[in-house]
Design a protein. Structure first.
Length: 497
């Protein structure tokens, strides 16, 4: 018996099949293109996504398809698919980075007090969310809006196409700006101010609930058995937290990719002026009675990519000659001692807790003795200091982080994970299955189909951790002293450059 988890992202989708003992039976990945009909606009073709989803299912089904019992789906948030009454896609989806909806978000803030919006939805009005973009459709594509039967977020869209009833799980509903995150219902007051019909939205359901069965004709096409159960999924970040084993308050997953996102778990809704000021949303976890928030940066691995692209020709040449990954070679060249300088990694603006898109990066403390290795280490320290700022702000707002589970490309570097443990003074654990989002979806499929009594039991059965890196007291003390100086840099240079 196997479980199939899908992770639908903005640039590609992944499929993972695992058995109830945690053995990987199949994996697949397909890319698709982000579309930009005009400079600055960002869209996704839902039909391309659907084609890719079917392709990855067919690929994993060739190995273990006949054993699949249930399917669930993790997906990115905010963007939705407009469907007509026949289930046909009406248009491309507007991605969260698309600016359309900015005027509508501003009107919502004027129409309904910003504090009331935050208290209800756990976040603040912004063009990235679904509701302002639905308003944009109504105002700018009235014929399309009039033909729309449902606006489904991507996890719900994929499950609907597979055979599920139209629905939206709680964690993705929280990314619409139209959901009461405490009452777990659509926020009728906000929908009224937005003039959006509640009937356009899928019914809100908890993650891990049965929502339908695979269509018989698709079972044949995809190479799956008939009657496969479809289970409600979730937003990719809380699904990844589940897939990393972050199931209790204080645990957090640390996604170390092009950007960085720490997703801490807590056991009650936390919505207060400090979370609002820091840009920390309150989002229902895919686990009942738990919540998560997102502390994120706009740079992480991209800082290393910047250095390699501008100054790393020799590093790349040496890596090619030895067959080494150039990023591993870059990190291997970092100074063995703490840097005597700072790198403020706001090269693409500052995310939480500043939410300052106009921020600029900086290198502070350079001398004629500064080496390339020290700069490399300072870059890695800088991205970690940035998350230390977030962890401190979260603690002040009532959200504690006591341990981290690392995923993403940079999580393959044991050197960097040890540095994170030393700097953040927290245990940092590596994972053996890197596709935490797809694994989280598979765990939900197992819970919804009765393979596991709960998602927590599923995580205990399926999550495989690697080495845990513990902070070294002397270095932790050194970085605590340095942190106070780092934390002043953003405000000190704001507006310069």
């Amino acid at each position: 018996m196997s479980l199939l988890g899908l992770d639908v992202g903005t640039s590609g989708c992944k499929a993972l099949v695992v058995d109830e003992a945690g053995n990987v039976r199949g994996q697949a990945y397909r890319e698709y293109a982000m579309l930009s009909p005009e400079p600055g606009l960002a869209e996704l073709d839902p039909e391309q996504v659907w084609t890719a989803v079917k392709a990855v299912i067919r690929q994993v089904a060739s190995d273990a398809g006949r054993e699949v019992r249930a399917i669930s789906v993790a997906s990115f948030g905010e963007a939705f698919v407009a469907l007509d009454g026949g289930g046909r896609v009406l248009s491309n989806s507007l991605l969260y980075i698309d600016p359309r909806g900015a005027d509508e978000a501003e009107r919502l803030s004027r129409s309904m007090d910003e504090r009331a919006i935050h208290a209800l939805t756990g976040t603040t009005a912004h063009a990235m969310y679904s509701l302002p973009k639905m308003m944009w459709y109504r105002n700018n594509r009235p014929q399309l809006h009039a033909r729309a039967w449902k606006y489904l977020l991507f996890s719900g869209f994929v499950l609907f196409r597979l055979g599920a009833e139209p629905h939206t799980d709680h964690s993705l509903a929280a990314r619409t700006l139209a959901f009461d995150v405490v009452g777990k219902t659509w926020a009728e007051a906000l929908l009224g101010h937005a003039d959006i019909d509640r009937g356009l939205l899928g019914d809100p359901v908890a993650s891990g609930m049965p929502v339908g069965r695979l269509r018989p004709e698709l079972a044949t096409e995809l190479g799956l058995p008939s009657g496969v159960l479809l289970v409600s999924g979730g937003h990719d970040q809380p699904c990844a937290a589940l897939g990393a084993g972050a199931v209790r308050a204080g645990m957090a997953i640390d996604g170390l990719g092009t950007t960085e996102c720490v997703t801490p778990v807590f056991d009650r809704p936390v919505i207060n002026p400090l979370t609002a000021a820091g840009g920390y949303a309150c989002v229902p976890h895919v686990l009942a009675e738990r919540y998560v928030t997102y502390a994120f940066t706009f740079t992480c691995g991209s800082m290393l990519a910047w250095y390699l692209g501008r100054f790393g020709e020799g590093i790349r040449a040496r890596a090619d000659a030895s067959g080494m990954n150039p990023y591993d070679a870059l990190i291997a060249g970092a100074s063995s001692e703490p840097a005597g300088m700072f790198v403020l990694p706001h090269f693409a603006g500052a995310a939480t807790p500043y939410m300052d898109t106009g921020a600029r990066g900086a290198m502070v403390g350079l001398t004629l003795d500064t080496s390339a290795g020290e700069i490399i280490r300072a870059i890695l320290e800088g991205v970690t200091f940035e998350m230390m700022v977030n962890v401190e702000r979260l603690s002040g707002a009532g959200i504690a982080v006591s341990e981290l589970f690392a995923t993403g490309g940079l999580a393959r570097s044991e050197w960097f994970l040890q540095l994170k443990a030393d700097m953040m003074d927290l245990p940092v654990t590596a994972l053996r299955i890197s596709e935490a989002g797809a694994l989280g979806a598979a765990i939900l499929a197992g819970a919804g189909s009765g393979v596991f009594r709960s998602p927590e039991e599923g995580a205990q059965a399926l999550v495989r951790t690697g080495r845990t890196f513990l902070p070294r007291p002397d270095l932790a003390r050194h970085y605590r002293e340095r942190f106070g100086r780092y934390a002043c840099i953003h405000d000190a240079i704001r507006g310069i450059g």
